[in-house]
Design a protein around this ligand. Structure first.
Ligand SMILES: *[C@@H]1O[C@H](CO)[C@@H](O)[C@H](O)[C@H]1NC(C)=O
Ligand SMILES: *[C@@H]1O[C@H](CO)[C@@H](O)[C@H](O)[C@H]1NC(C)=O
Ligand SMILES: *[C@@H]1O[C@H](CO)[C@@H](O)[C@H](O)[C@H]1NC(C)=O
Length: 670
């Protein structure tokens, strides 16, 4: 505790000093006071952080039993609530980009700006060569609208005529098809037997969180688009980088695939990103991400020297920071308050102009798919800000995501394209991940695949595999192989498929039911599989569970007590305990918090027993699954099955479903 005492003293001295200065110079005192408060706030936050436990799964070599959780489990619902809607600026756009990519006036907005005649200019946003971290603006050029600006991003301004007063300024995002793209082979004759691929990812979203927070999108994706949702999909790394890199390259950072002995940023410029393969196959490519300061390839990775794809949104996001540095920096201070519905300014920090930044990103993607609609397209979109730190914000995107997918469908973009909606992991917010359900959710990101209609008719075997695989253990490496199959157009495993020979198996191929985390290369920290172990048949809970199952059977036969004998336990032949192998093995990082001394991860409250037992009279053998919950007691989840022949012993019961349980009293007399 001495370090606390020391900090206490230091802060005390600091405060006293500030007080003395107050008497001499009020301005300096205010600055010091503010620093004191901010430091105090951060200090308070850091010592009250929940402990982060390190979990290890003992079951990694066992066949995976996939967790089956309630998205609305009580323990999680404590942390689930609805934030206020986003309020952005109310002023409309004075110009917009039309479907052909040209700037057009929005005449109806002139009234709002109270102008009749205006002149406008643009300054191109320039990404310096070999630099993924800064942008500059080129010279301002006045233009006559409509106008096709020959670049994706530019500062756009309008002035009154003739006074020259600036009335409008924005950083416009657009999609410009360059001369060299126009002349590329893709524009001559794309191979239309191939499929486009739209990967739309959202950070920190588990499958359960997808169900809870994006109900409209979930309904649309499952019911209208017929997407497959992979219920056994697990992450292979801790945060974004080690999960997204395997999807896009098939390699796992921090291993011999991509070593990083120095612990510095990974050099990603030599990595074989799959978008390069798509480019070589004449696809038009785009990569868009919204939160440049924690970007997927710029935090753990070195960033890209060259733009990685034909269209690359990052410079626009950096441009926002450039034109509005103060508000961009303040954002990280204001957002935590806004999240608690305390609004220190009129509009939300999630906005730029009159819409959320994620809506700008979606508009950019819409323009891309529209401009290249007759071509093969590869889209990789990654949204971070909406739920990286603040899980409950996710629902603010539901309407936009739904509208975007509906736009894709209604405009025919999905006729020949796979839509993959995915994430890297679940919520890593410490409070949630110390709950039992949260611990599993964190390891199980959402992954859904909606294949085009035409594909369903053409490849029924692949469709059957997709469906079967929704209930199998799967991971990022499998998603990578799936993307590769879309790239090569190999949906029948002609090119390479060899069962279990490597860590990734395309989701278009059958994935063995017996797969373990070790088979799938899911590390022990991230494996959320349940496993079953033999346990003694004398275990009190096993005996209790068997008796519970027999009482259950006798209850089913209640109507027929006059003809069926009451069943009694003769012997328990076999018992297995199904449990989550994840158990806490110390702390993930040694950070000092006051919870260190008394916080424990929530224990597993639920156990499942598989038991085989024999009853008398009649020596019937049964197999039952009995769920045991610490709070609610025992429950039979599945049908109890009969495992030996019953012949004529139950001939007296008219109900077919009860015949396997009843032992007719008439048999006793024989
Ligand atoms: C044009 O301005 C009107 C308001 O006058 C606004 O409602 C509308 O959304 C704007 N259109 C575009 C395409 O931005
Ligand atoms: C993608 O390209 C890389 C080289 O950048 C190559 O090694 C890899 O085999 C390609 N993948 C497929 C599925 O063709
Ligand atoms: C069951 O009963 C029927 C007639 O009641 C008889 O024909 C049959 O052989 C019996 N089967 C067994 C396995 O006892």
């Amino acid at each position: 505790m001495s370090s606390l005492r020391l900090i206490d003293l230091t802060l005390g001295q600091f405060w006293k000093g500030t007080h003395r200065i107050w008497k001499k110079d009020k301005r300096i005192a205010v600055i010091l006071g503010t620093i004191f408060l901010v430091c105090g706030y951060y200090f308070y936050q850091s010592v009250t952080m929940p402990v982060r436990f390190l979990f290890i799964n003992k079951n990694i070599d066992k066949q995976c039993i996939i967790p089956d959780l309630d998205p609305f489990d009580k323990s999680i619902m404590k942390y689930v609530w609805s934030p206020d809607p986003i309020h952005c600026d109310s002023l409309p756009d004075l110009v917009y980009v039309d479907d052909a990519g040209s700037l057009q006036y929005n005449r109806s907005a002139f009234k709002v700006y109270n102008v009749q005649d205006i002149k406008c200019s643009y300054s191109p946003l320039i990404r310096p060569n070999n630099d993924d971290y800064s942008v500059t603006f080129g010279d301002e050029k006045f233009i006559d609208i409509p106008y096709q600006v020959p670049t994706d991003f530019f500062k756009f301004r309008c002035y009154t005529k003739p006074e020259g007063k600036m009335i409008y300024e924005t950083l416009q995002e657009s999609v410009y098809v360059t001369e060299s793209m126009r002349n590329s082979k893709a524009f001559e004759d794309p191979d239309l037997s191939k499929y486009s691929i739209f990967m739309f990812g959202i950070d920190s979203t588990s499958r359960l969180s997808f169900i809870r927070k994006l109900p409209k999108t979930y309904k649309y994706v499952t019911e209208t688009l017929g997407a497959y949702i992979f219920k056994g999909y697990m992450k292979v790394g801790d945060n974004t980088f080690p999960n997204v890199v395997p999807i896009l390259t098939g390699k796992l950072p921090g291993t011999e695939d991509l070593p990083n002995p120095a612990g510095t940023k990974y050099n990603i410029n030599k990595l074989p990103f799959v978008w390069q393969n798509f480019s070589r196959e004449q696809y038009a490519t785009v990569y868009a991400e919204d939160y440049p300061i924690v970007a997927a390839f710029n935090t753990d990775g070195s960033g890209f020297l060259e733009p990685p794809t034909d269209h690359y949104l990052r410079p626009w996001m950096l441009g926002l920071r450039k034109i509005n540095f103060v508000s961009d920096v303040l954002k990280s201070v204001l957002l935590p308050f806004e999240y608690k519905n305390i609004n220190l300014k009129k509009t939300s920090s999630l906005c730029f102009g009159n819409k959320p930044i994620f809506t700008h990103q979606i508009n950019y993607l819409k323009r891309f798919v529209t401009l290249y609609s007759s071509k093969l397209r590869f889209v990789f979109s990654w949204l971070v800000q909406i739920c990286h730190e603040f899980v409950n914000y996710l629902e603010l995107g539901d309407e936009d995501f739904y509208q975007f997918f509906k736009f894709l469908k209604d405009n025919g973009h999905l006729d020949n394209a796979f839509l993959i909606f995915f994430s890297d992991h679940g919520s890593r917010i410490d409070d949630i991940r110390n709950t039992f359900v949260g611990r599993i959710e964190e390891r199980m990101p959402v992954v859904t695949i909606a294949p085009p209609q035409s594909f369903k008719q053409k490849y029924p075997a692949a469709i059957k595999n997709l469906l079967d695989n929704t209930r199998r253990l799967t991971s990022n490496f499998d998603l990578h192989e799936t993307v590769n199959d879309i790239l090569t157009g190999d949906f029948e495993g002609k090119l390479k498929f060899q069962l279990n020979s490597k860590r990734g198996i395309s989701l278009f191929q059958p994935i063995p039911e017996s797969r373990s985390c070790a088979d799938a290369s899911i590390p022990e920290h991230f494996c959320a599989c349940y496993g079953s172990t033999d346990i003694s048949t004398k275990e009190p809970l096993v005996v209790k569970a068997s008796k519970f199952a027999i009482t259950y059977l006798n209850n089913l036969l209640k109507k027929y007590t006059h003809i069926c004998a009451e069943l009694m336990l003769l012997k328990i032949h076999e018992a297995q305990l199904v449990s989550l192998g994840l158990s806490a093995q110390g702390e993930e990082e040694n950070r000092w918090t006051i919870y260190k001394f008394f916080s424990k991860p929530e224990a597993e409250k639920h156990k499942r027993f598989l038991i085989i037992f024999e009853t008398i009279p009649g020596n019937a053998m049964f197999e039952a699954t009995v769920d045991y919950h610490v709070e609610t007691g025992m429950e039979i989840t599945d049908d109890i099955s009969r495992t030996n022949k019953y012949g004529n012993t139950s001939i007296c019961v008219p109900e077919k479903t009860l015949q396997k349980y009843c032992y007719c009293k008439t048999m006793l007399k024989q």
